[in-house]
Ligand binder design. Sequence first.
Ligand SMILES: [Mn+2]
Length: 325
Amino acid sequence: MSTLLSRLYQLFSHEDRLLILIDADPDAIASALALKRLLWHRLSACVISNIRPITRAQNERMLELLGISLTPYSRLNPAEFNRKALVDNQPGHHQTFAAHHYEVIIDHHPRLPDTTAGLVDIRPEYGANSSILTEYLRAAHIKPSLKLATSLYYGIKTDTSNFERPAIEADVRAFHYLFKFTRRPLVRRLEFAEFNIFLLKYFQLAFSRYRLRHQRLYAFLGPVSTPDILVILADFFLRVHEISWSIVGGIYEDKLVVIFRNDGLRKNAGSLASKAFGKLGSAGGHASSARAEVPLSLINDLAPNAQWQQWQDFLIHLVEGRGRE
Ligand SMILES: [Mn+2]
């Protein structure tokens, strides 16, 4: 760890202006804060920028409660920064990320072939990127502030889904270390912010429309302002005892987006998604979660002015017809 830390320090000097790019979720926000803290007093400027607008209530609440300020990518000039860093993602994950060259990339997603930087630290076995950054802080003998520790702690909690998703002992060690610097009531307040009022109308739609077919719940929500809504609802329905699959679709911009979730018992969401939608658009994922996106222009079986019922039937037909397991 101390070699990595000294390599990190060597990459920067006091004249440097660093831009840290993130796709904001708790793990990415916390990782960026930690990197900024590590390089504190070693740079002339450091700005954390989110490449997309913040839409999830969970992220909004984290920024608000912890007093974190991010600069939207659309409001800054990247040319004003001579150094760039990427945390919790790699250039190949998004076209905005791919447009830059980086001094530092620290991530826990599987390594992509085109990921290069002065310092590349990729650890796919880690459940959270925050755990990696916590190790850097410890190596640097930096005692995290309440705000930083709570961010990292919350980043590990959300990315490992409270250690229900794959994680390793290093995640547990980081979590344990951070615990003494956080405050329980603050963490609890962060966790209460799963939804916002604006989301309730989509719950209402989903409750009135859903159909159950052999423990699979289907719902089509029509146009949504962000695909996050589909993810939140698909996750929500899995908490119902009788439901072992949830398949929630909607229209975002010019695409049909479908989210697949299951309880993980001898099921494969990724293969079901690609059987049902692979021929039409992009589809894939893991055993318990997957996503398909199909450009509306490629959907010929439905009239452009089709009602939600027809869309929902179309969804059921594609999944049940082609994807029986
Ligand atoms: Mn992450």
